[in-house]
Write a protein of this length. Sequence first.
Length: 236
Amino acid sequence: MSSTSASSSSSSRREALLGGGVALLGGQLLVAKPTEAVQGMTAGRIPGLSGVDSEGFRTYSRPEGKMGGHGIGWSEIPKYQFRVPDGWKEEAVSIADLGGTEIDVRFAKSDEGQLAVVVAPVLRFMNVGFNADVRIEDIGSPDKVLNGFAPEILGGPVEEDDVVNQETMSKKLGGDALTYYIWETKSHDLLSATAFKNRVFIIALRANGRQWRTSKDALHAIQKSFRVDTSRTDFD
């Protein structure tokens, strides 16, 4: 197969899998579906957005007591937070969605892009015992972690030239600092992943060409604002 044909085939496969958004865990990660079954302890979404700051952003902090399946039972999940420009709206996450039990929250703005946060069990990546305390470095290198979930998020293995930027950052919220792996692909996927206790936390953002041209700085700001609170360690 020629390189042009291979590229076309890969692109077509990705578009089919993405369905206009990032596909994860067999479902449409960034495409909300009408539903009455919304994840959480109570019906409907629980507010978690702050007021607008001086830069025009709001901070989303995972509300205390919000719970979900997330593939590992119903124990409480550590808080995380990220910033979104004013105007981004939370979208319902259904437990009926394929893969919905690991999608914790979704946001979107039609002219800027979409995002979803996934909280997945560390067991998806490595064998660990009860009450594990895993960090992203324990799982492996950025390349290993990316290729571990790339088929689900990006629709296939990641080639070296698919990634236009890869970084490792240390960020702190609450207790100890955590390492974050950060990627940007040439398809305008922005990803950031970390691990704490027995869970892997991934924020994934996607923009089409028009959205990217006008909002790439804001999308990068969202991606790099993602942090997991390590002030509490008494999680299963």
